[in-house]
Design a protein around this ligand. Structure first.
Ligand SMILES: NC(=O)c1ccc[n+]([C@@H]2O[C@H](COP(=O)([O-])OP(=O)(O)OC[C@H]3O[C@@H](n4cnc5c(N)ncnc54)[C@H](OP(=O)(O)O)[C@@H]3O)[C@@H](O)[C@H]2O)c1
Length: 245
């Protein structure tokens, strides 16, 4: 029997935004478990430092970074090059959501969501793509959402930011394939993380246990990165058995 080929992640370097919590944290752990080294980035340095201690300084380095600030995006790439001498992939997981009707929430919160989720994906993607083009290829995995495939009630602005991420990923896939760059949009339904706690989700709610786990999404991220470079996954939606699609 011919077994499927897998790309060995040992020695590769992956920058992860949103690594202080949830999906980005689980992805960082699983990537190191598969032999990759990670640049773990987010705003909360205490959490990133704890993650680096857990994973070991040979395997992980922290980059404290606010994805809304375009001037800090190049620093993510530079950190990878300084610490490990290369950058192979970016996992863009930083983002947040708030549930509620279109008339709920302040203008400031909605504007922050738009900036964080859209510009906060675009800036690190552009910095990484510039490096990937110069180095003959790379991988970009955008953690979007099923909210970016169909707008659900009580998530209008969040869904619009996730549609933007899916559009960005799809367009970049078509634009950058000839540069050897693979772009994947991973679209999970509900995941049990700190996401939207206090903004439509309640901490400790037993319903959260029935959702996808962050490790499920991390496994999808590792799976697309492990695919041989002759193929690419452009879009992956995933649901818990407990949720209606
Ligand atoms: N949980 C779900 O149900 C679900 C479903 C589908 C898609 N998603 C998407 O998955 C991604 C990760 O969410 P999660 O579920 O893992 O939530 P989470 O546990 O709340 O993690 C969010 C991460 O984003 C980072 N972040 C937020 N704003 C940032 C900023 N301005 N600059 C840098 N980092 C920032 C946070 O770090 P700091 O606060 O330390 O900066 C944190 O590491 C999001 O894009 C979300 O939309 C989540």
């Amino acid at each position: 029997m011919k077994l499927p080929e897998k790309r060995d992640l040992h020695g590769t370097v992956v920058a992860v935004t949103g690594a202080s919590s949830g999906i980005g944290l689980a992805a960082s752990r699983l990537l190191v478990n598969h032999g990759a080294r990670v640049v773990a980035s987010a705003r909360r340095l205490d959490r990133l430092s704890a993650l680096v201690s857990e994973l070991g300084e040979d395997n992980a380095v922290a980059y404290q970074y606010d994805v809304r600030d375009r001037n800090q995006a190049q620093g993510l790439v530079d950190k990878a090059l300084q610490a490990f001498g290369r950058l192979d992939s970016l996992v863009a997981s930083a983002g947040f959501g708030a549930y509620g009707s279109i008339m709920d929430h302040s203008d400031d919160l909605l504007e922050d969501m738009i900036t964080t989720n859209i510009a906060g994906t675009l800036w690190p993607a552009r910095a990484s793509v510039k490096h990937f083009i110069a180095n003959g290829g790379g991988d970009l995995v955008v953690v979007a959402s099923v909210a970016g495939l169909r707008g659900g009630a009580n998530e209008a602005v969040y869904a619009s930011t996730k549609f933007a991420q899916v559009g960005l990923a799809g367009a970049m896939d078509r634009e950058l394939r000839e540069d050897g760059i693979r772009v994947s949009a991973i679209c999970p339904a509900g995941v049990s993380t700190e996401f939207a706690l206090g903004l439509g989700r309640v901490a400790g709610d037993s319903l959260l246990d029935a959702l996808l786990q962050p490790e499920d999404v991390a496994d999808a991220i590792v799976t697309v990165l492990e695919q041989p470079r002759r193929m690419r996954t452009t879009l992956w939606s995933m649901w818990s058995m407990a949720e209606q699609s």
